[in-house]
Design a protein. Sequence first.
Length: 102
Amino acid sequence: MNSELHIPSNSTLLHTVDHGHAYAVTQTQAKQPPQLPTPVNMSALLTQLVYTPQDLEPLLQLSKNTINALLNSGNLRAIRAGRKWLVPRDAVLEFLNHGGAR
């Protein structure tokens, strides 16, 4: 019985196990070219006419506090309806294109 463990050069040894027996699990790693980010058409993602701050949190990947600060400072244009903020789609696109600069 041959006690040597042969691992192909294009694989990785993931695990050896117990009692004098070696078990090899290999994982071939294919060389992939680096992936470039796919351009996102924000107009296609913004399908609603108006957004609430809660709608914008996942869309802009910003926290509730950051969105509220942008609204209160006027850096994100919005309409106040009673106690509720409504952010028009155009205001979101404007913010994304110009970074909130006025």
